[in-house]
Write a protein that binds this ligand. Structure first.
Ligand code: GLN
Ligand code: ZN
Length: 767
């Protein structure tokens, strides 16, 4: 027996985003449920075959999903909130939980479950909702079908499941739960379902399963540790059961290492990219019948690995434990990287030689495992890895002396607005003349087929740049006119020129490269194409100023200038790993600061700098928060602080878990922030009961992740709720996020209702 290779999870959308197309085709009614399921199945089979062709020994199943693997787990354990049971078709019910379902002909109006970020990634999962009496029941149909499906092409798989403790910690309590209750209280009811699952897997002849417990890399209080110990003891004692690979990722186990090593299961996976510090202790303390799966290849980034460095660890582990007790894999699931570098035809050859996507990472895994018994491997993959490391270190692409000099000369005053908020807001009010409960949107408007078609025609050369720009001006004019008809107070240009808020700036800034096919799932059918930030960042010329001037020329009302903030540019790109992230972030901030000042010079009175990724970038361990928040907030301040007092700075964030970072958000000192909150029915407001937010705030009232149209009453209720906690004169009325992925019809209807609700509020509050 030799060292085993494994794939922890494979990107599920497909190289050509086949799953996205099938899903959206189905949702629009163009393809049947059977067709959708057939296409999803064909894609899974192709992925299994690809993994096998790359020499992967242990291949996952049940990691693929029609929407999200946390939602799949909720269905697996029967945690389906009662209200969705009116839908009898399992697929329709599944999508109703994910996206909401509105069908007046059947009198169905179901909001979606909450959507939130998966740890510190840009992947969003559906938050399961649990309610007493916590009546779970096993529905193993999905994993069983996939096991059989893989067997039908001769592949034996390792089904992947989220473990019981992480499942509970990812969930929230439903409205019927008593105050003070925790989701962990449901553990006694949940464990029998996992026991039944283990039994089913044994019956199906499955040799190995993977149990994901990523919460093991977070700070655990005694109650959570006890829950882990209890779950491990119960599940490992079962007989018969499949062998279990307990998977952890995204950080070091640190104080939870012994808990994980003592699980009683057969294998433990460690993320040795972010959790390198666990390594020595883990190989020393691993009990004799435990195998260690080494996450040596970065599953979160696109750089070709330094195979010599990885090999050193592999060798140490193999010598200590024996080759057969060591597995090699990526740090975490490959869900977070694009599928295949081979699909990139336009990348610069030097940059390309530095990169590895999912399939190339599987090759690296194979190359490492093949070298497990060698002291000085020199196979072609090792040679290529050495060449890439050497060229990255010395290439002029990664070092621009001018950028470095400017960053070194930044001084304290550049982080500070000229006057405090109390003074600024008076000047801004006078300049803008807005009503009470001013209404606005977050920036993007629907990018329908006409926008996508024009962009594709321009990219392929069928449409000239002049024609394309005329098309965009036309879209902006129409969008502004529509917003005036709807009655919004602060307008936006609509962002039609942007495919993506990060990619757009990545294309215009030096130091970034854009891929053609580097798609990564963000949520459901939605994918993003993160730019690759490989070198020093510089703004060769203004990026948004002409569009902003044009948009403002179409209306008397203020039109917001719209930029993506430095932290979000960083967080949503694949970032260089050869210098601290903080340093890279400050380079971006300086480039954006120039853009902010150019917008102001051009007569733009409100400038929004979006930082939707601030919260997700928060380290998983609390002891690292302060340091992160210090430089992240400073980067925002460096971007925005150069403006006059009467220029209003807005920021936007796509989440509502504010509790722990409210002081940092206050310290950003934006004049207005808009945040997400409608899906959680304004739960964020609880934070404001204890900590008042000093500046103005727009708690999102319209859930843009769902095609549902909320009524005027529903909007009014949400604003009313906000007005109980936040002084009315500080409240803005806006959606949760940009409207890019919605359709025009529902957007017009929803925004009109939203504006009407704001008018009613004005009448009530006497504005
Ligand atoms: N201004 C961006 C938009 O409206 C913000 C998107 C985001 O927060 N993710 O699309
Ligand atoms: Zn947003």
């Amino acid at each position: 027996m030799t060292t085993k290779t494994l794939c922890l999870g494979f990107p599920r959308i497909g190289l050509d985003r086949e799953l996205k197309r099938a899903l959206e085709g189905h949702w629009s009614g163009a393809i049947s449920k059977e067709e959708l399921l057939g296409r999803a199945s064909a894609l899974r089979k192709r992925h299994w075959q690809l993994m096998r062709s790359k020499g992967i020994d242990s291949i996952p199943s049940n990691d693929a999903s029609l929407y999200d693997h946390v939602l799949d787990t909720a269905v697996l354990v029967g945690a389906v909130p009662e209200r969705y049971l009116v839908l009898s078709d399992p697929v329709e019910r599944y999508f109703a939980m994910a996206r909401g379902c509105q069908d007046p002909s059947r009198q169905i109006d179901l909001p979606a479950l909450e959507l939130t970020k998966w740890f510190d990634t840009n992947y969003h999962y559906i938050v399961p909702e649990l309610e007493p009496p916590f009546a779970f029941s096993l529905d193993p149909s999905k994993p069983l079908e996939e096991i059989q499906e893989a067997r039908s092409i001769g592949i034996e798989t390792r089904p992947v499941f989220i473990g019981p403790i992480s499942f509970l910690l990812l969930s929230k309590l439903g409205p019927k739960a008593a105050p003070g209750m925790r989701t962990l209280d449901a553990l006694p009811n949940l464990l029998p379902v996992y026991e039944a699952l283990f039994e089913k897997m044994a019956q199906a002849g499955v040799e190995w399963i993977q149990l994901d417990e990523p919460f093991l890399v977070t700070d655990l209080d005694p109650e959570k540790r006890e829950a882990y110990a209890k779950a491990f003891a119960r599940l490992s004692a079962l007989s018969p059961r499949p062998k279990v690979l307990l998977a952890t990722y995204f950080g070091p186990l640190e104080d939870n290492l012994e808990l994980a090593l003592g699980s009683g299961f057969e294998a433990l996976h460690l993320d040795l990219l972010r959790g390198r510090s666990d390594f020595e202790k883990a190989i020393e303390l691993a009990p004799p019948n435990l195998s260690l799966s080494l996450g040596l290849i970065d599953g979160r980034n696109v750089w070709r690995s330094d195979l010599d460095k990885a090999h050193e660890l592999l060798r140490k582990a193999a010598l200590r434990l024996g080759e057969e007790r060591v597995w090699v894999g990526s740090s975490c699931s490959l869900l977070h990287v694009p599928v295949d570098l081979e699909a990139e035809k336009k990348l610069d050859p030097e940059l390309r030689s530095w990169l590895a996507f999912a399939l190339q990472k599987l090759e690296e895994i194979r190359a490492l495992a093949d070298a497990a018994s060698s002291d000085r491997p020199d196979s072609p993959p090792f040679q290529a890895s050495r060449a890439a490391s050497a060229s990255r270190k010395t290439s002029p692409r990664t070092h621009n002396p001018e950028v470095r000099k400017r960053l070194a000369s930044v001084d304290e005053s550049m982080f500070q607005r000229k006057a405090p908020f109390k003074e600024r807001i008076q000047l801004q009010k006078a300049a803008l003349g807005l009503p009470l409960f001013p209404t606005t949107t977050i920036g993007s408007f629907p990018q329908d087929a006409s926008v996508r078609k024009a962009r594709a025609a321009w990219k392929s050369g069928q449409m000239s740049t002049a024609e394309y720009e005329a098309f965009l001006r036309n879209s902006i004019s129409e969008c502004i006119a529509t917003q005036e008809v709807i009655g919004l107070d602060v307008l936006v240009h609509g962002e039609f020129e942007r495919t993506d808020m990060v990619e757009f700036f990545g294309e215009l800034l030096e130091g970034f490269a854009i891929t053609e096919n580097g798609w990564v799932q963000s949520y459901g059918s939605r994918c993003v194409k993160p730019p690759i930030l490989y070198g020093d960042v510089r703004r060769p010329k203004p990026m948004t100023v002409d569009w902003a001037i044009f948009a403002q020329s179409r209306s008397q009302r203020p039109v917001k200038g719209m930029l993506t903030g430095p932290l979000t540019m960083l967080q949503w790109s694949f970032v260089r790993d050869d210098q601290p992230r903080s340093e890279t972030c400050m380079q971006i901030a300086l480039a954006l600061r120039d853009e902010v000042l150019d917008l102001e010079k051009a007569g733009i009175r409100i400038i929004q700098v979006d930082e939707p990724a601030l919260r997700e970038g928060l380290p998983l361990r609390r002891k690292e928060w302060e340091e992160y928040l210090r430089w992240a907030v400073n980067a925002f301040r460096l971007t925005t602080s150069g403006v006059r007092n009467d220029t209003q700075i807005h920021t936007h964030m796509c989440y509502s878990e504010f509790k722990d970072i409210l002081p940092a958000i206050v310290h950003m000192d934006a004049d207005v922030i808009s945040i997400e909150s409608s899906r959680s029915r304004m739960e964020l407001l609880n934070e404001f009961r204890t900590h008042a937010y000093p500046n103005e705030i727009g708690p999102g009232v319209y859930d843009v992740h769902s095609p549902r149209v909320p009524s005027v009453e529903e909007f009014t209720q949400l604003i009313e709720r906000a007005a109980k906690v936040i002084p009315p004169e500080k409240i803005w009325v806006n959606p949760d996020c940009g409207l890019k992925t919605r359709g025009w019809k529902e957007v017009k209807a929803s925004l009109s209702n939203m504006v009407e609700a704001a008018r009613r509020m004005r009448a009530t509050y006497g504005g």
